[in-house]
Design a protein around this ligand. Structure first.
Ligand code: TZP
Ligand code: MG
Length: 210
């Protein structure tokens, strides 16, 4: 499967995005059809040290059992230690080309907010970029301005055929807009992590991007 297929329904989660056990949420989300998973343990009450490692390990095992790629957010050392399938970094993290040098066999994802940042990510040999927030979100408080699908559309107008996933406030109701805007997939936190049924939520999101 290529990266654009993995990006279709890209679920992101850390322990503070769930009410219950994140392991249970992830198993349900996988049963619903998510195509890739990112462990993003940050913000208020985030686990640290051994506890963080243990949760990451458990979630990675669940992904392995179901052949879902497992990506680690920010923490390059953790990603390398676990032998994760990939690493996702932001603009304020280590530079993508340095991460690629450290982890040449892992997928590298970068959050970008402009065409310049997109071009840089491509130069740095990233494998995909995340663009957002597409819609308003309360999950991440230090986001850039909401931009709809403008930047994604701009990239496509410039014939940039790079792998792009939208992020921020995406639900089954608005997911189609993101794909129509030119994204290869959607990445979501709370529409799955806080759903009454993460399985059903994932199914509906998958349906919306098909
Ligand atoms: N980056 C931009 S918006 C966002 C991140 C990590 C949060 C997305 O969360 P949700 O709950 O899907 O809006
Ligand atoms: Mg980061």
């Amino acid at each position: 499967m290529n990266i654009k297929e993995y990006l279709k329904v890209y679920f992101i989660m850390g322990s503070n995005n769930c009410k219950g056990d994140p392991r249970v949420v992830l198993k349900e989300a996988i049963a619903g059809g998510i195509t890739m998973f990112q462990f993003r343990e940050k913000g208020e009450g985030a686990l640290q040290g051994k506890e963080k490692y243990q949760l990451a390990y458990d979630l990675q095992q669940i992904c392995k059992q179901h052949e879902v790629p497992f990506i680690v957010n920010d923490d390059v050392d953790l990603a390398i230690k676990l032998g994760a399938d990939g690493i996702h970094i932001g603009q304020e993290d280590e530079k993508a080309y340095i991460v690629k040098e450290k982890a040449p066999h892992q997928l590298i994802g970068v959050s970008v907010h402009s065409i310049e940042e997109l071009q840089q990510a491509i130069k740095d040999k990233a494998d995909y970029v995340g663009m957002g927030p597409v819609f308003p979100t309360t999950t991440k408080t230090d986001t850039k301005a909401v931009q709809g699908t403008n930047l994604i559309q701009q990239a496509r107008q410039q014939k940039i055929d790079f792998s792009i996933v939208g992020i921020g406030g995406i639900t089954a109701e608005n997911a189609e807009k993101v794909i129509q805007g030119g994204a290869d997939g959607i990445s979501i936190i709370t529409a799955i992590s806080l759903a009454m049924s993460p399985k059903q939520a994932a199914e509906q999101l998958l349906q919306a991007v098909k």
